[in-house]
Design a protein around this ligand. Structure first.
Ligand SMILES: [Zn+2]
Length: 373
C-alpha cells in the first residue's frame, strides 16, 4: 500500500523532556523528542473532528488501468450507504484515541467517473476537485474490484497545512477498490483496510515482524493496524476490525500524554517499571517504556492485552519494537518487532540491555530493565 509524498517538517519548539531517572540527563539527544518533532504536522489532524468525504468512483466495463480486474460486476452501493457501513470505523478510532479523535464520514455531492482509458488516480483527482471545503480528506471507493495481487488501496496525509486544511488544497485522500463492499459481504464489510489507510492519513508508517520484512515491503505483523491489518479476520472470519495500534503511533498522534511513556536509559541502574496495556487510553498510568539506543533510535516496550480489537490473540504479552526516527515525516519512520511475544517469566536481550517480564495479568505488566554485563 503506497503513500504519496506530503508532510513537511515544521520547525517546532518542544518542552524539555524529563529523563526522570538516575543517570538521565536532559542534554543528550532523545529519540522520542525527535519522534514528537517529526509528528508535529499530523497532531492537529489527529485531534477533534476529521471530516472525510466519501466519493464513489464509477469505473466503466473494459477499463484499461491494469489495477482493475477484468470483471463485469460492479459494487452497487451509493456514497450514503458506504457512509452507513463505515460507522464502526469511527468507533474504532474513538476507542484508540480515548475519545480524542472523531472520524466523520459524509457522502460526496456526486459520484465521479473515468473514461475506459483513464486511471484510478484521475478518479481520485476528480473527487478531490469536487470536494466540499469542509472535507479534510476524501475517501474514494471504486465500484470495480482490483486485479489479483494488486494493492487493496492507498492513502496518505497530503501536504501540511495551517489554517485551511481542505482536501482540495492538501490532496489528502484514501483510495480503495470495491472488494470489501461487494454484495457477498451483505453490507457488513471488512473495515481493516479503510482503518489502515486512514492511519496513513495521520502520517503513520508501516511496521513488520523484522527489519528484513520491512525492507522487503512485507507487512506481516498481527500486532499493528499499520502492518497485517487483516490479522483479526484471518484468525476469526467474523471479525471486521484491524488489530490495535502501536504505542509509538498513539504517541505520535497525541492520543497519549508523553509522560505516560517512561524513559529508561541503558546506562541507568536496573529498574522495575509497571505498565498498563496499550488499549487503556483513558488511564493516566504508564503505558510503555522507551529505551533510547542512540539519538534517533529507541526500543518501545508495550503490553498487548487480548481484549477488544486485540482479542484474537492468545493471551497477553509484552512486545519490543525497534523504532528508527529517520526522515522528516512520520511515514519515513522505521518500526519493526525485535522480540517475540514475551510472557510472564520470559526475557529478551538486544542493543546491550535486557527486558524481563516479572509478572503479568489484569492488563498490567511488571517489567525489569537491566544493562547487559
Ligand atoms: Zn499501508
Amino acid at each position: 500500500m503506497k503513500r504519496f509524498p506530503g508532510a513537511v517538517l515544521l520547525s517546532v519548539t518542544l518542552p524539555l523532556w524529563c529523563g526522570c531517572g538516575a543517570g538521565a540527563s536532559s542534554d543528550r539527544p532523545d529519540p522520542v523528542e525527535r519522534l514528537m518533532a517529526t509528528s508535529e504536522s499530523a497532531l492537529d489532524r489527529a485531534r477533534g473532528e476529521d471530516v472525510w468525504e466519501v466519493a464513489i468512483c464509477r469505473i466503466p466495463i473494459g477499463a484499461t488501468d491494469p489495477l482493475y480486474a477484468e470483471l463485469d460486476d460492479r459494487m452497487e452501493y451509493g456514497a450514503d450507504e458506504i457512509v452507513e457501513q463505515l460507522a464502526p470505523v469511527s468507533e474504532y478510532y474513538e476507542r484508540w484515541s480515548g475519545g480524542r479523535y472523531t472520524v466523520r464520514f459524509v457522502p460526496a455531492a456526486a459520484d465521479v467517473s473515468v473514461l475506459t482509458t483513464e486511471t484510478s488516480q484521475q478518479c481520485v483527482d476528480r473527487a478531490l476537485g469536487q470536494s466540499s471545503p469542509n472535507a479534510q480528506g476524501v475517501l474514494v471507493v471504486s465500484d470495480a474490484q482490483h486485479a489479483e495481487g494488486a494493492e487493496g488501496g492507498r492513502g496518505g496525509p497530503g501536504t501540511s497545512c495551517d489554517d485551511d486544511c481542505s482536501a482540495t488544497l492538501t490532496r489528502r485522500y484514501v483510495y480503495v477498490g470495491a472488494s470489501d463492499f461487494m454484495s457477498v459481504w451483505e453490507g457488513v464489510p471488512p473495515l481493516d483496510l479503510i482503518e489502515h489507510e486512514l492511519g496513513h492519513g495521520l502520517d503513520w508508517p508501516h511496521s513488520s515482524l523484522s527489519a528484513e520484512s520491512l525492507d522487503g515491503v512485507v507487512y506481516d505483523s498481527p500486532y499493528d493496524l499499520m502492518s497485517n491489518s487483516a490479522a483479526s479476520r484471518e484468525t476469526d472470519a467474523t471479525l471486521r476490525h484491524g488489530p490495535g495500534i502501536l504505542v509509538v503511533n498513539l504517541l505520535a498522534a497525541g492520543w497519549i500524554d508523553p509522560e505516560r511513556v517512561v524513559r529508561w536509559w541503558p546506562d541507568e541502574d536496573s529498574r522495575v517499571i509497571d505498565i498498563v496495556s496499550r488499549s487503556r487510553l483513558s488511564s493516566s498510568e504508564s503505558i510503555a517504556v522507551a529505551v533510547p539506543i542512540d539519538g534517533t533510535t529507541f526500543a518501545s516496550v508495550e503490553l498487548v492485552e487480548a481484549t477488544g480489537d486485540d482479542a484474537f490473540h492468545d493471551g497477553d504479552f509484552v512486545l519490543v519494537h525497534r523504532i528508527e526516527v529517520v526522515g522528516a515525516a512520520g511515514f519515513d519512520r522505521r518500526q519493526y518487532l525485535v522480540s517475540g511475544e514475551l510472557r510472564e517469566g520470559e526475557e529478551w536481550s538486544g542493543d546491550g540491555f535486557t527486558v524481563r517480564v516479572l509478572t503479568m495479568g489484569d492488563g498490567r505488566a511488571r517489567i525489569e530493565f537491566s544493562e547487559d554485563a
